[in-house]
Unconditional design. Structure first.
Length: 279
C-alpha cells in the first residue's frame, strides 16, 4: 500500500457514510413461549431419532472418498484437484526474515501470494512514516531497480511535512506525546491474476486501521477496505515488488458496534501482534 503508487494520500482511509444495520434485540420475556407446540409423544420421538440416524449415515456415505482429513492440501469432495479459493492451502509460512519482514518465498504461485500479502502488511505499517523504517521496508520488498526509482516518490509521499501535519504526526513521523499512531493492514485474502516463471501479478484484499489513538486526537483510528494489486518479479532468489496499484473495497456493511475508547485502542495495538501470512 503505497501513496506513491496510486494511493490517495490516505484521504480514503476511514471514510464515513457506511450503512449500518441493527440486528433485532431480545427482551427479558420468553420470545418462544407463546408459539410452543405440545410435547411430542414417545412414539413421535422414536421416529425423529430414527430419521436423524439415517440422515447421519447418508451424509457419511456422501462424504466418503475425499482427501485425507489430516492433509490440509489434499483435495476435498467437490473440489477435485485443488483447494477451494477461500481455503488456506496448508503451505507453511516462510522461516526467514529481513528485520521484521518475512522473506524467502517459494518460487511458485503460492509463494507469490504469500510475498504480496506480507509486503502489503509492511507497506501499510506505521514504520513507513519514519525515514529509517521506510528505507528498510523499501529495500526489502522492492526489486533493486524499482526501489531506486521509487524511493524519492515514497519519501515525499510518506515523509512530506504536509501529510505528517494533516494526520497529526511529528516531523519525524512519530506520534505526539501521549498518543499512539496506528497504521495496520489486515489481509482477508489474495489471488493470482497472472503468473509466469519470473513474473506474477497478485491482488490482496484487506482492511486497514489508521489514525491517532488519544483523548485529544483530531484523527481517531478508523477502518477502511482496499484491494492492492502487486506486480512481482523473481529477483535474487525471492519475489520482489515492481509496482503496486490500489482500488477501494470491496467494502462490507458495518456492524452497529460502539467504538472503543482511545486508551483501549492504544492498548490493543500494543498487545495484539501481527502475523506472518502464507497462502
Amino acid at each position: 500500500m503505497s501513496p506513491g503508487d496510486e494511493h490517495d494520500s490516505f484521504g480514503g482511509v476511514g471514510g464515513s457514510g457506511q450503512t449500518r444495520t441493527r440486528l433485532p434485540e431480545g427482551n427479558s420475556g420468553d420470545v418462544y413461549g407463546a408459539g410452543r407446540r405440545p410435547v411430542r409423544s414417545s412414539r413421535s420421538l422414536v421416529t425423529v431419532v430414527g430419521v436423524v440416524v439415517l440422515l447421519i449415515g447418508a451424509i457419511a456415505l456422501a462424504n466418503r472418498g475425499g482427501g485425507d482429513p489430516a492433509d490440509p492440501s489434499a483435495p476435498r469432495s467437490g473440489t477435485p484437484g485443488r483447494a477451494a479459493p477461500t481455503a488456506a492451502t496448508g503451505v507453511p509460512p516462510v522461516t526467514t526474515k529481513n528485520g521484521p519482514i518475512p522473506t524467502g518465498y517459494a518460487h511458485d504461485e503460492q509463494g507469490a501470494q504469500s510475498a504480496a500479502t506480507n509486503y502489503a502488511v509492511a507497506l501499510g505499517s506505521a514504520a513507513m512514516f519514519t525515514t529509517a523504517g521506510r528505507d528498510e521496508i523499501v529495500t526489502t520488498v522492492y526489486a533493486p531497480d524499482a526501489a531506486a526509482a521509487r524511493r524519492n516518490d515514497l519519501d515525499q509521499a510518506y515523509g512530506s511535512k504536509e501529510l505528517l501535519t494533516r494526520i497529526g504526526l511529528e516531523a519525524d513521523g512519530t506520534a505526539p506525546q501521549g498518543m499512539t499512531f496506528i497504521s495496520r493492514v489486515i489481509p482477508v485474502g489474495s489471488k493470482v491474476e497472472s503468473y509466469t516463471a519470473d513474473r506474477a501479478t497478485v491482488s490482496v484484499w484487506y482492511s486497514t486501521l489508521f489514525g491517532l489513538a488519544g483523548e485529544t486526537s483530531q484523527n481517531p483510528v478508523s477502518e477502511a477496505w482496499y484491494t492492492d494489486t502487486f506486480e512481482l518479479r523473481w529477483a535474487d532468489g525471492d519475489w520482489k515488488v515492481v509496482k503496486t496499484t490500489q482500488k477501494d473495497g470491496p467494502v462490507p456493511v458495518a456492524r452497529d458496534q460502539r467504538a472503543s475508547a482511545a486508551q483501549d485502542m492504544a492498548d490493543a495495538v500494543g498487545q495484539f501482534g501481527g502475523f506472518t501470512y502464507a497462502r
